[in-house]
Write a protein that binds this ligand. Structure first.
Ligand code: PEP
Length: 256
């Protein structure tokens, strides 16, 4: 199955107007030849509009880091709904990032609601799932992933994954400099794909599963070579144009 590789940069809570302008300028210039992959930039919400304008006319796409689970606008102070994200040009939204699950109490059900609402508004969710170090060391990795994925699969159905991306992000690898080995990533991605395949083999074969967790220029190639790793969700390295573009180059090479 030929899946188009994707690299998504999650800036997290980092950025400022001048910094963003120069980072996006450099990425646009250096990544202009990467036409065989999808590149998505996910800046903090206040900068979505300006970064989106800067991406106009390029093949790079805009993504949000989070969205409100409510389908309709209204009295939800501080929240941002899917229609607003579409309005400023977002094509994607990350949902269920482990920082949101751990720091802001997002449950599997809440993540599922965000996934569903995002799709209602025409956004492609990038659904993050991943185990903690304790969970991995106590042999619970597969059970945790099956639970997190199952919450969305059961409620939204397998057909919802025709328009969704999964990011496997082991919590112990996020921002720690400690990355999963290619073998660990491949094994876990194959498990996730098998979960989807149990519901529909064709959709499972076409769903992109990204790896996230301390991906850098020097480990991206080995990770992206794994047959079930379709690209990366990049945190820290997405804030440095050179690193981010080198990661995109590794994804582009995988597609050849
Ligand atoms: C992330 O925040 O999704 C992430 C993978 O971060 P980092 O690349 O910094 O580990």
């Amino acid at each position: 199955m030929n899946r188009r590789a994707m690299v998504a940069g999650n800036w997290k809570m980092n950025g400022a107007r001048d910094f963003n302008t120069s980072l996006v300028h450099d990425i646009l210039f250096d990544a202009r030849g990467f036409t065989d992959i999808d590149i998505v930039i996910c800046p903090p919400a206040p900068y979505l509009d300006s970064v989106g304008r800067q991406l106009e006319g390029s093949s790079l796409q805009l993504g949000a880091q989070n969205l409100c689970e409510q389908e309709k606008q209204g009295a939800f102070t501080g929240e941002i709904d899917g229609s607003m994200l579409r309005d400023v040009g977002c094509a994607y939204s990350i949902v269920g990032h482990s920082e949101r699950r751990a720091l802001y109490g997002e449950t599997d059900v809440r993540v599922m609601e965000k996934f569903r609402t995002g799709q209602v508004h025409g956004l492609t969710p990038i659904l993050c799932i991943g185990e903690t170090l304790d969970e991995r060391e106590s042999g619970q990795t597969e059970a945790v992933l099956a639970r997190q994925l199952g919450a969305v699969l059961d409620a939204c159905g397998i057909a919802a994954f025709k328009q969704a991306v999964i990011a496997y992000e082991p919590v112990w690898a996020i921002g720690t400099g400690r990355t999963a080995t290619p073998d660990q990533a491949q094994q876990t991605h194959a498990f996730i794909r098998a979960q989807l395949a149990a519901a529909d083999a064709k959709i499972a074969g076409s769903t992109r599963i990204l790896y996230g967790g301390s991906v850098k220029a020097d480990n991206a190639e080995a990770l992206f070579k794994c047959p079930d790793v379709d690209g990366g969700l990049i945190g820290g390295a997405a804030l440095k144009a050179g690193e981010f573009v080198a990661i995109c180059a590794a994804a582009q090479a995988r597609n050849k």
